[in-house]
Design a protein around this ligand. Structure first.
Ligand code: NAP
Length: 249
């Protein structure tokens, strides 16, 4: 039987890496995309292979169209036809109010967090859609609880980009439901990864965990399990869902 191929954008560390490890253990051949950090992504590939899994790393900036098309071509050449996509790559920048943001920053956020998932969905659909001779498939977008809280005083630009990811998920799920493709999103709360350091506050979760009903941040693996369920046949009637995983917040 063919091994299903899963592409995870931004899969070298954090939530993407936890998803890659779990997916490999569940029998996927995992394509791990990264932008800059080749050594971390390659170390993850080595670890998965040492445990008997199939994985390969691919550099590409998801906000750049030519790099995205090159990424999908390289994944198929190396691992085979695509069965599933996790749009996980995402960025935020230093905490500040909107009146202090410049256009270059806003464009960087939107390029990775909105243009990236849209382009990756396009490439995945062109390959997976039964309309184009594909076998169908599943897409999971990694949004954020920020899409409904808005992240005031921290990064409203990031929150707005995740609102766009939610809308993309809802619309695309309906658009490709007849093509054998399911599209869902997870919306993590405060998760222990390096992302908070990008906002200038590596210890952010310690400060904000009091606002979480469970009084703690989440682990990347707690998001990965939901992603793998949404990708699986167990979720065969689930499309267009936004699944909050945020400790009750
Ligand atoms: P992270 O640890 O900062 O990892 C982000 C990953 O995305 C890295 O592997 C990075 O690659 C990659 N990346 C960034 N820009 C990229 C681009 N333009 N093209 C390709 N790859 C790119 O982040 P994380 O916390 O795991 O976040 C993963 C997803 O979860 C993001 O969409 C984030 O918005 C979402 N999320 C996170 C939290 C949280 O509390 N951590 C909460 C809600 C939602 P390099 O390593 O090569 O730079």
């Amino acid at each position: 039987m063919d091994v299903p191929v899963l592409l995870i954008t931004g899969g070298g560390r954090g939530i993407g890496a936890a998803t890659a490890r779990l997916a490999a253990a569940r029998g996927y051949a995992v394509a791990i995309n990264y932008r800059h950090d080749a050594s971390t992504a390659n170390a993850l590939v080595d670890q998965i292979r040492a445990e008997g899994g199939i994985a390969a790393a691919f550099a590409a900036d998801v906000g750049e169209e030519a790099e995205v098309t090159g990424l999908f071509e390289a994944v198929e050449r190396t691992l085979g036809p695509l069965a599933a996509l996790v749009n996980n790559a995402g960025v935020l920048e230093t905490q500040m109010r909107v009146e202090a943001m410049d256009a270059a920053r806003i464009r960087r956020i939107l390029a990775t967090n909105v243009v990236g998932p849209l382009l990756c969905c396009r490439e995945a659909i062109r390959r997976m859609s039964t309309r184009h001779g594909g076998q169908g498939g599943a897409i999971v977008n990694v949004s954020s609880v920020a899409a409904r809280t808005g992240s005031p005083g921290e990064y409203v630009d990031y929150a707005a980009s995740k609102g766009a990811v939610d809308t993309l998920t809802i619309g695309l799920a309906q658009e490709v439901a007849g093509d054998g493709i399911r599209v869902n999103a997870v919306r993590p709360g405060f998760i222990h990864t390096d992302m908070h350091a990008s906002g200038g506050e590596p210890g952010r979760i310690e400060r904000v965990k009091a606002f979480v009903p469970m009084k703690r941040g989440g682990q990347p693996e707690e998001i990965a399990h939901a992603i793998l369920w949404l990708l699986s046949a167990e979720a065969s009637y689930c499309s267009g869902a936004l699944v909050d995983i945020a400790g009750g917040r």
